[in-house]
Ligand binder design. Structure first.
Ligand SMILES: Nc1nc2c(c(=O)[nH]1)N[C@H]1C(S)=C(S)[C@@H](COP(=O)(O)O)O[C@H]1N2
Ligand SMILES: [Mo]
Length: 220
């Protein structure tokens, strides 16, 4: 019980600090307090850095490296030539807000990894962001799920800059902090490397409703 309260406390403090660090993006939510009100049904914009450079679609590339047979640098056009997948599911932030039935489009992370050829025995995947700071990771088993997407569209529009476009991750069954914005690198590793928020007290295995001391309805 004390443990759970402690983690919740850390979450609120850390969230407040992150929000106060925002300028450009947080102008849409200047107090940051709306992020703590459950059931709003609308997105909040989050970034742990003040400003993220906007990448024109034609300049975008996604590096796939690490324990793979064929390291890749995929342009948006090349991503669009891989099998396209659509997933309609909720977004759930660990601070309480949830957006129902978001339509995500893009390429399954599993298909991107297959294109690069993952070395047998590689245990995990790390994600990098063009903000230069945020990282995330998944176990290889989690990365291969059919509800984990390298997303290029959101609600049938290209993913906007504020939402992490041109390309972000969408990890449906986990809290939204797993869904790295401004995704620019996928590195296959031996083991999971805890990400930005996980170094600050949040769960590495961030299943909605089964982690972080929360009882949200799972996203399945
Ligand atoms: N690069 C990066 N990715 C990120 C974050 C971030 O600060 N930087 N915040 C995470 C958190 S906590 C949430 S709730 C969502 C917010 O996504 P949105 O801004 O599109 O609503 O992005 C996640 N991915
Ligand atoms: Mo979040």
């Amino acid at each position: 019980m004390l443990g759970l309260l402690g983690l919740a406390g850390v979450g609120v403090l850390v969230g407040a600090r992150a929000n106060s660090a925002l300028t450009t993006i947080a102008a849409k939510d200047p107090t940051g307090l709306t992020g703590l009100i459950p059931g709003g049904g609308r997105f909040r914009f989050y970034s742990v850095v003040n400003k993220v450079e906007r990448i024109p679609p034609e300049k975008y590339s996604l590096t796939v490296d690490g324990l793979v047979d064929r390291p890749l640098r995929l342009s948006l056009t090349e991503l669009s030539r891989l099998p396209q997948q659509e997933i309609t599911k909720d977004v759930q932030c660990v601070t309480g807000w949830r957006v129902p039935d978001v339509v995500w489009g893009g390429v399954l992370l599993a298909d991107v990894l297959a294109a690069a050829g993952v070395h047998p025995g590689a245990g995990a995947v790390q994600f990098g962001s063009s903000d230069g700071v945020y990282t995330e990771s998944l176990t290889m088993e989690q990365a291969m799920r059919a509800d984990v997407l390298v997303a290029t569209s959101m609600n049938s529009e290209p993913v906007s800059h504020d939402h992490g476009g041109p390309v972000r991750l969408y990890v449906a069954p986990m809290y939204f902090y797993k869904s790295s914005k401004w995704l620019n690198r996928i590195t296959v590793t031996d083991d999971v490397i805890p990400g930005y928020w996980e170094e600050r007290g949040y769960a590495v295995d961030a299943w909605v409703g089964r982690s972080n001391g929360r009882d949200d309805t799972p996203v399945v």
